[in-house]
Design a protein. Sequence first.
Length: 251
Amino acid sequence: MSRAVVLNGAGGLNCVNPVGLSGNNAGMITFDGNGNSYGGYLAIPESGTGPALIVIQEWWGIVGHIKSVTDRFAQAGFVALAPDFYHGKATTEPDEAGSLMMALNIADAEKVLKGAVNFLLSHEAVTSNKAGVVGFCMGGQLSLYAATVNSKIGACVDFYGIHPNVHPQLENLNCPMLGIFAENDAYSSPEVVSNLSAKLNELGKPHEFVTYPGTQHAFFNDDRPEVYDAAASADAWNRTVKFLGQHLNGK
């Protein structure tokens, strides 16, 4: 039911330019859901169509890095939306980012997720009946959470997820999960990862966890040279795109 892998790899993919939707099919938008209006960054493939993918931010908010990642997913063929859980706020300061993360209203976050999923699945560019979800750090935990509360999620990718106030009910996970983790992570430690895998096995939930030796938390973030690992990031990217494609294309 599960597969655990520990390795490093190589490869990568360049980003497309994050400009207005009228130019290169990428930019900030607003969408309606649950009687509210939300913001987000939407990127559409050059082909004009693709499966739906929700991209969930780190604790920084909708900053340049998460826009770049969303662009990469569009280049890989997904209609990708990064909803703004901070409603216009973003930062590059760790203390402020921590405050924003801890102030996150989980009930509101669920509404944002639901609105984003419904918006994407009704978008004329989307070819899938279900949406994938991928998140990083705070977003990784929210990705797993989304997959336990929304039956319209068809695949979940969790990059070293952490949030002390988000507690996914794993028995309600109804889609396959890919977990990407760092060996040297004080937040999502190897023990935490092992316990999560054991719980998913106990519940019969299909998942694959990959841990990259020598890496640190947030190793995928190329805007943070102090933790970024190019080889691990490239392998994690290739695995993520393959996993999402397998579970969303034709669904």
